[in-house]
Ligand binder design. Structure first.
Ligand SMILES: [Zn+2]
Length: 124
C-alpha cells in the first residue's frame, strides 16, 4: 500500500487579484485505493449491523445502507488523489482560506469564510 504525499504551489484568484500558497496532496496507488475501498465496505457493513439493532427503523435503514454502499465503495475506489492540507490566503481579503479535502481536480472553487467570495484555485 503506497500513498505518496506531494506538496506543490497553487494560485488563488479573484477577479484580477491573486495570492500564492501551497497544497499537500495524497496520491493513492492502485493497491491503496483497493484497501480504502475495502475499509469503506467494512464500515458500510458495520453501519448496517448497527442499524439492525434499531427497532422498526431497521426495516428501512439496513436495505438502504446495503443499497447505497456499492456507490460509496465505487466512489472511494475512483479517488486517485485527495487534498490533505492547503495553506493559502483569500485573493480578495487575505484571510486564510479553508480548502476542503476533495479530489485534486483543477480548477477548485472555494468560498472564503470571511468575505464569502468564490475563489478560484489553480495549480501554480
Ligand atoms: Zn476572503
Amino acid at each position: 500500500m503506497t500513498t505518496q504525499v506531494v506538496t506543490h504551489q497553487i494560485i488563488a484568484s479573484y477577479a484580477d487579484t491573486t495570492s500564492l500558497g501551497s497544497i499537500t496532496v495524497l496520491h493513492f496507488s492502485e493497491r491503496a485505493r483497493l484497501m480504502r475501498a475495502l475499509k469503506a465496505s467494512g464500515v458500510c457493513l458495520l453501519v448496517a449491523c448497527v442499524c439492525l439493532c434499531i427497532p422498526g427503523a431497521h426495516f428501512v435503514l439496513v436495505p438502504l445502507t446495503l443499497l447505497i454502499s456499492p456507490f460509496i465503495i465505487l466512489r472511494i475506489h475512483r479517488e486517485k488523489t485527495r487534498i490533505s492540507h492547503a495553506e493559502i490566503s483569500c485573493a480578495k481579503c487575505r484571510e486564510p482560506l479553508v480548502v476542503l479535502a476533495t479530489q485534486e481536480l483543477y480548477p477548485l472553487f472555494e468560498n472564503c469564510g470571511a468575505c464569502h467570495r468564490e475563489i478560484k484555485i489553480q495549480a501554480g
